[in-house]
Design a protein around this ligand. Structure first.
Ligand code: ADP
Length: 383
């Protein structure tokens, strides 16, 4: 059998044309992190976050082109989204006369501002940029926490690309018993609410920013969450005004920052960390997603983007490194087909990191809640 090389795959991908630019996906730099191990191929396509869904046919074309190379056994191609620097996904300007809460760094939610009765803790899953797998991590961590025996809710507040409906395989408008409160949609033992159930997918992006506050308020206070140990919030990606406002309006018990190992993603993750620091919200830790590629054949690990970047950053920032999650075909396939791995194959090697990270988050939660009020920073001041 011929041994397939990275060059063979690169040559095949050089025949795939991105219609938007008219150039091939290799020369435009769309293909990132190309790795080939024993006939198993993995890579990501870096696309504009606003064009995620539109680019799915291109992803499929790249996957097909790579699969056609003789000797290729499997192909894992994922769409990831870079947001250009300075292009923060904040609400459209010019709406400051609306009743949106204005964000002021250094402030945090007035205690009880949007407290949800019956919900013991709220944890934000955040990322400095789009496309790092924040939603995948949020969904699987919510499911893993449920597996560990907690009563879990999952709130999809990613107004720019709500993906919880697709990842959980849920569609349609939420029901209401009394015409006032919405009932969360329940699947795999967790309660979910998504802006995707409420806002039509065709709603232009520009309208979504101004909608964020009213939609968030609605999703938090007008939903019958019932008794929950923890509500996981899938935050919009980035560190713009919308995220800052959200971090301030919601009484968060803690936050988890998701990053990929690339330098640029880590820089953005640091901004995410800084945003929570500014609003005095404890960061439980950093999760490194797509940390390494696992060959579906031998299970061999390849650290495509270098090893240990997120761990070192966590050390530098003085927060926990919660764990690393592999780039694995089944994680993508299962989350894209509404059967997330932590629910449907919790014993698998790919699901195990989610369970371990959920356990660590559980420890943080127990400490945060067990200590009564939010704990003071661990600085000993001697007199
Ligand atoms: P974000 O919420 O940060 O924009 P998503 O969670 O939507 O990112 O993930 C982007 C794409 O990458 C999705 O197609 C998802 O299935 C895929 N993906 C995310 N994490 C992994 C992983 N660890 N292994 C394989 N595919 C992944």
């Amino acid at each position: 059998m011929s041994r397939v090389s990275r060059d063979d795959i690169a040559a095949a991908l050089a025949n795939v044309i991105d219609e938007e630019s008219g150039n091939d996906v290799m020369s435009t730099g769309l293909v990132q992190g190309l790795v080939v191990r024993e006939g198993h191929v993995g890579f990501s396509l870096e696309v504009d976050p606003a064009k995620g869904a539109e680019k799915e046919p291109l992803r499929a074309a790249c996957e097909a082109a790579a699969k056609n190379v003789p000797g290729v056994l499997s192909v894992t191609a994922v769409l990831t989204a870079h947001r250009a620097a300075g292009q923060s996904p904040s609400p459209a300007r010019g709406h400051s006369h609306s009743h949106q809460a204005q964000a002021h760094p250094g402030e945090r939610a007035p205690q009880g501002a949007m407290k949800i009765p019956g919900v013991k803790a709220i944890v934000a899953i955040a990322s400095g940029k789009g496309g790092v797998g924040k939603s995948t991590v949020a969904v699987n961590l919510a499911l893993a926490l449920a597996k560990l025996g907690r009563r879990v809710g999952l709130l999809d507040a990613d107004i720019y690309g709500p993906s919880i409906p697709r990842m959980m395989g849920l569609t349609g408008k939420p029901e209401s018993k009394d015409g006032k409160k919405l009932l969360p949609k329940v699947k795999y033992g967790i309660k979910t609410m998504s802006i995707g159930y409420l806002v039509n997918e065709d709603t232009p992006m520009i309208w979504r920013g101004p909608m964020v506050q009213s939609a968030l308020t609605q999703m938090m206070s007008d939903v019958e969450w019932g008794e929950l140990d923890v509500l996981i919030i899938d935050m919009p990606p980035g560190t713009g005004d919308a995220q800052l406002t959200m971090a301030q309006r919601v009484p968060l018990t803690g936050a988890v920052v998701v990053s990929t190992p690339q330098e640029i993603a880590l820089i953005d993750a640091r901004k995410g960390f800084a945003m929570f620091e500014k609003t005095h919200i404890p960061v439980f830790g950093i999760v490194e997603n797509m940390a390494y590629f696992v060959s579906p054949g031998s299970g061999e690990k390849s650290y495509i983007f270098g090893q240990g970047g997120a761990r070192r950053m966590a050390e530098k920032l003085g927060c926990d490194f919660l764990g690393e999650i592999p780039l694995h075909m089944s994680i993508r396939e299962k989350s894209d087909s509404g059967e997330p791995i932590a629910a449907t194959a919790p014993e698998s090697d790919e699901a195990r990191p989610f369970i371990e990270i959920a356990r660590r988050i559980g420890e943080h939660l127990d400490r945060a809640l067990g200590g009564g009020a939010r704990k003071a920073p661990a600085i000993a001041i001697e007199d």
